[in-house]
Design a protein around this ligand. Structure first.
Ligand code: DGJ
Length: 554
């Protein structure tokens, strides 16, 4: 009797183990690695087979190197409604001795992120971090013969590794591939790590190109045919480089100076091409190990500055096609935006062949950051957004970014289903490079209605309004149904096309979406709250969602 019971138990347990193993295998087999997938005019980030918006923030450079330092910050990042943290992994920490990899820093990061239900974008601080080469291991730093440095025109060397060394590229690529192999081994089933940044803010300082013997030799050679073909095929992009090329006679072949002129621009284009080729080496090695989405980030150039005064040859707006040609395996090029003219700069990186992801959307404590997030997701179909030094605002009260992310999180399903399909837009005042705020109302057609969005609130004293912090988005969810979210915006609507020419508000509700995505209605808004039906108003000071149905009349 006892033995029958025991046999039953053993049978039951072994079935259970077999079923669990089978379930694990199925789930491991089922979920493809994170990747980008086209929807309409954009690409969405797919994680565990579901589209995802990254409501993120980038850690300060040294924070992730200490688990103890990070420990009190993780719960605060969670409370701020982030679902992703952008964290450095540095070459010096993972390969302190050549060929001997130490994964403790990565493993700890992964453990902490998982414990807080957070996705990670890893930033590979390899050969270059902000132009310089200070994150390379000591065995690289100390071997100048094997890993040559950039030479300036006077022959002086710098603490920047040359992009013209195959030894450097191969060593960097080996470490990068080892990192991707490790990610595959420890994270393939879960996809905590959703994307990898290759290097950080690449670009040559303080001159436009390198002046070592190999750099000089290659600079005297012909512009590669691949680059010429790309420029020819992308004339419609009309970047600064296309314009320069045309001004120099639009030649189909020639040396760098013949094609791009005698100035710094030729040197910068040459630099961009060779940085892109170097990066392509890393990306192909990394993707062969585990094909996560990969990108490079740009330290943007200030207007009126020469290449070398800003990091020359990075993935800058005027050089996007050079990078696309030189590093075709990269998934996207991403801007770090610290300048005030966010609307203009972010727009330059949103192209059909380049979805928008902003890894450093200014410093986290800047007051316009939350409105910029609404603009990036609503207007430019961004799949991710993160201000820098995110852990530094964990104790901020009130915390407008936390409030904005709470709303964007609730809206994520609606945003994701509208991305790239023209059913959504984002709104905020334009700010110029000199910080002038242009708060004139903006008009956009979405579905069957033309919306005009004003940024100056009609009911709050003008002097107390910080217009650059006002902004929001509108997403269409049905023929006459819209979600309108943000703060400090007032919205009016007009019908488009044939039919009764006037629009009224059928109903307007404030509310929230619960964790299951169900709408939980608050007040029915009417009377003073809609100015007796004249407009939809999202008052300044509090990010919120309204669910509005319009109708037409004559
Ligand atoms: C831009 C860099 O990419 C970051 O790593 C950091 O150094 C910030 N600048 C500091 O403002």
């Amino acid at each position: 009797m006892v033995s029958v019971e025991r046999a039953r138990r053993v049978f039951f347990l072994s079935r259970l183990v077999a079923l669990s193993v089978a379930a694990l295998l199925v789930s491991a087999v089922q979920a493809a690695p994170p990747h980008l997938e086209r929807q309409g005019t954009t690409l969405r980030l797919i994680v565990n087979d579901q589209p995802m918006l990254l409501l993120g923030g980038e850690l300060g450079n040294s924070s992730a190197s200490s688990a103890a330092y990070m420990a009190p910050h993780w719960p605060k990042l969670k409370q701020m409604n982030l679902n992703a943290v952008f964290a450095p992994v540095s070459w010096e920490l993972i390969e302190p001795v050549e060929g001997k990899f130490v994964w403790s820093s990565l493993d700890q990061l992964l453990k902490d992120a998982r414990a807080h239900d957070m996705k990670l974008v890893l930033l590979w601080f390899g050969a270059w971090k902000n132009s310089m080469s200070t994150y390379v291991p000591a065995w690289v730093k100390r071997d100048q013969a094997r890993f040559p440095r950039v030479q300036l025109p006077n022959g002086q060397s710098t603490e920047i590794l040359s992009a013209f060394s195959t030894a450097t590229r191969d060593a960097d690529a080996r470490a990068f591939a080892a990192l991707l192999s490790r990610i595959k081994a420890v994270d393939a089933g879960q996809s905590t790590i959703v994307m990898v940044q290759v290097e950080n803010e690449i670009g040559m300082l303080p001159v436009a190109r390198e002046y070592g013997a190999e750099a000089n030799r290659l600079f005297a050679e012909q512009v590669p045919a691949e680059l010429m073909r790309r420029l020819d095929a992308t004339r419609a992009n009309a970047t600064g480089l296309h314009k320069l090329w045309a001004e120099q006679g639009g030649k189909s072949a020639g040396t760098w100076t013949e094609v791009f002129g005698e100035g710094d621009a030729a040197a910068e284009t040459f630099t961009a091409w060779h940085y892109a080729r170097f990066v392509e080496g890393l990306v192909t090695a990394g993707k062969a190990a585990y094909p996560l989405p990969m990108y490079v980030n740009a330290a943007l150039n200030r207007m009126g500055k020469a290449p070398g005064e800003y990091p020359s040859g990075g993935p800058l707006p005027h050089l996007l096609d050079v990078w696309k040609a030189g590093a075709p395996s990269l998934d996207l090029l991403a801007p770090d935006i610290y300048f005030p003219n966010f609307v203009e700069l972010a727009s330059l990186f949103r192209r059909t062949d380049n979805p928008l992801f902003i890894p450093e959307a200014n410093n986290s404590d800047q007051p316009e950051v939350p409105a910029n997030a609404f603009y990036a997701f609503g207007k430019l179909d961004a799949f991710g957004f993160g201000p820098f030094s995110i852990e530094s605002i964990g104790d901020l009260k009130p915390n407008p970014l936390a409030d904005a992310y709470a709303v964007l999180r609730q809206l994520s399903p609606a945003i994701l289903s509208a991305q790239g399909l023209g059913r959504m837009s984002g709104f905020k005042p334009r700010v110029l490079e000199d910080e002038t705020v242009i708060a004139t109302p903006v008009t956009e057609d979405i579905g069957g209605y033309r919306f005009t969005v004003s940024f100056t609130d009609p009911w709050v004293p003008k002097a107390s309004q910080r217009l650059a912090t006002h902004g929001g988005l509108i997403v269409q969810t049905g023929p006459e149904d819209y979600l309108i979210a943000g703060q400090g915006i007032t919205v009016t609507a007009k019908p488009l096309g044939a039919g009764p020419p006037l629009a009224g508000i059928d109903s307007a509700w404030e509310g929230t979406f619960d964790a299951q995505g169900r709408w939980v209605a608050g007040r029915a808004l009417n009377g003073d709250q809609t100015h007796q039906g004249r407009h939809v108003r999202l008052a300044p000071g509090q990010f919120q969602i309204q669910r509005v149905r319009f109708y037409r009349y004559r």
